[in-house]
Design a protein around this ligand. Structure first.
Ligand code: GLY
Length: 399
């Protein structure tokens, strides 16, 4: 009899802790305090350089490092401000979001890399979703036109980088996230050309970026003069050409889940499920589900984690949970990631210049941004918190 009571008690406690895993009210209140601090630090970190517009990371001395608008990360802090407004509906956050968003408007015309999607969609995209500001709508459409100039119909993809002689026509898995801008632009303009480019890019990526085990390469290089002409497959930010770079796998899940949302093409859903299976069954995934920077890093468990990959993975998993037959499993995993990020990876309040999460890794092979806070870790963490609430309330994830 005693045994039964104990077992029932354990199950009950298990259910309670599942439901209470992250106290959103408290975590958002903490995030607001950190963001207040960050906003107060920005003018000091500019050191008179008005081209520096958005928080990026902390430097080796723990000082706040800002970036100019042309950097791929410039839209994440404005996006985080929009998410704070989304949750709190406090006009203060709307005003801050508008100010930081306005700083990167010129990126709508910057065709120098694929990153226009990250920059403009996280900032103006979220702003438009929440305000329906007509000016934002025009900026999103213009940015999609700019991104479309990088599409090559022979390859079937948008080119990622121009400045790396090692590759002729490099396409990186990260580029999947830029497609969200194109889908949005078609939805708000009625111009289907953006949608067609996004679908072509997703199909070509699905065909060439994945291994048999559903892990993905970071960089696929194409000969843009011929159809179906892959030159090399490899990595830039992962451990080796045949390894699975953690953030790249997260981009893949998030990207193909978003493509399924926008197209309802079941092959995208299947691909997102396959990559989720690869990650969740990976023997090198730590028990707290916050990955090392590469699933094949050589010195696991003595390797740095990447909280940004965990946050992006959790956010993608929440959305995937709403479409997939494995939804319960994905939601449980996402909840566990969020619980662990919240309890063990957050900065103490009032420290780290206002960053929310610690322990991310940007580009380990270049020894750049290793075990630091990163603006995109915070962005996807806050996004995932909002998504967890939407999943709980059975509300549509986006648009
Ligand atoms: N898009 C670049 C990165 O994930 O580091």
């Amino acid at each position: 009899m005693k045994k039964v009571v104990v077992v029932v008690g354990v199950v009950f406690i298990g259910l309670i802790s599942q439901a209470q895993s992250v106290d959103l009210k408290r975590v958002f209140s903490d995030a607001e305090k950190q963001t207040d601090l960050m906003i107060s630090e920005v003018p000091l970190a500019k050191k008179g350089n008005s081209a520096l517009v958005s928080p990026r990371t902390l430097d080796a001395k723990g000082e706040l490092e800002l970036c100019p608008s042309f950097r791929w990360v410039s839209g994440f802090f404005p996006g985080t401000l929009w998410y704070l407004y989304d949750y709190t509906r406090n006009e203060k956050w709307k005003k801050q979001a508008e100010e930081f968003t306005a700083n990167i408007e010129k990126e709508k015309l910057n065709a120098a890399s694929h990153d226009v999607g990250f920059k403009v969609y996280c900032s103006f995209g979220n702003g438009y979703r929440l305000t329906k500001n007509k000016n934002y709508k025009e900026i999103i459409i213009q940015a999609a036109k700019t991104l479309s100039t990088r599409f090559n119909p022979t390859v079937g993809c948008i080119r990622s980088w121009d400045t790396m002689p090692k590759w002729k026509f490099p396409v990186i898995i990260d580029n999947m996230l830029n497609l969200e801008l194109l889908f949005a632009a078609t939805r708000i303009s009625g111009d289907s050309s953006f949608y067609k480019i996004a679908v072509s890019h997703a199909n070509t990526t699905l065909k060439n970026h994945f291994r048999k085990d559903y892990s993905c390469y970071h960089v696929v290089d194409y000969d843009s003069t011929k159809k179906d002409a892959v030159i090399t497959k490899g990595t830039r930010q992962g451990f080796s050409d045949e390894s699975a770079w953690a953030r790249g796998q997260a981009w893949a899940i998030y990207g193909f889940t978003m493509c399924y949302r926008e197209t309802k093409d079941p092959k995208y859903l299947k691909q997102a499920e396959n990559v989720a299976g690869y990650i969740l069954n990976n023997p090198n995934l730590p028990s707290d589900l916050v990955p090392y920077w590469d699933y094949d890093a050589p010195n696991i468990p003595h390797e740095q984690r990447d909280a940004s990959a965990a946050a992006c993975f959790a956010s993608g998993l929440y959305e995937l949970s709403t479409y997939s037959k494995n939804g319960k499993e994905y939601r449980k995993a996402a909840d566990k990631i969020m619980e662990n990020l919240t309890n063990s990876y957050r900065s103490p309040i009032g420290q780290n210049k206002g960053f929310i999460l610690l322990h991310s890794t940007g580009a380990r092979p270049a020894k750049s941004e290793v075990d630091v806070p990163l603006c995109y870790a915070d962005y996807y963490y806050i996004e995932a918190l909002l998504r967890s609430k939407k999943v709980e309330n059975k509300v549509k994830i986006a648009f």
